[in-house]
Design a protein around this ligand. Structure first.
Ligand code: FES
Length: 154
């Protein structure tokens, strides 16, 4: 493991549920990794595939979308469309040689602060395990070198 590697994770959160859930996690003083960058969306249905890909292009190591629970979307089915788009992005990542698990869809309500903190932790751990996004060439090279050294030491 490379102690220098600090994953960058972008979370697109629906303002009605998950953003409030994240706010609650903060109000409850729950700890979650500092590398999480939150972007509020009016509904996850607003999420465009390009937004997710642009986050990776900008260097995010992992990206997640979190919206209302199924049946609770304020715009009826925005979260269902978002889920399909996230699945599409998983396929695109696989096609370009990135791990599909770098992107994920979740559902967090306004009262689920602990769940939000757990998701933030999970996505950071995933990004840590997968290593830096290859777009971040220097960080990726350093991580691969650290991996090689660890393999030789074992
Ligand atoms: Fe929350 Fe649509 S309003 S996902």
């Amino acid at each position: 493991m490379d102690p220098e590697y600090s994953p960058k994770v972008v979370g697109f959160l629906c303002r009605w549920c998950s953003y409030t859930g994240a706010d609650l996690a903060g109000a409850m003083r729950l700890q979650y990794p500092p590398g999480i960058r939150i972007i509020m969306a009016p509904c996850t249905g607003k999420m465009d595939i390009l937004y997710l890909l642009q986050a990776f292009e900008a260097g995010a190591d992992a990206v997640f979308v979190s919206g209302c629970h199924e049946g609770d979307c304020h715009y009826v089915s925005g979260n269902l469309f978002a889920r399909k788009r996230v699945e599409k992005v998983k396929g695109i990542l696989k096609d370009i040689g990135l791990e599909p698990e770098r992107v994920e869809m979740f559902h967090v309500s306004a009262s689920e602060g602990p769940k939000f903190a757990a998701i933030a932790q999970e996505m950071t751990e995933r990004a840590y395990r997968l290593g830096p996004n290859p777009v971040r060439r220097e960080a990726r090279a350093a991580w691969l070198a650290a991996q090689s050294s660890a393999d030789i030491a074992v």
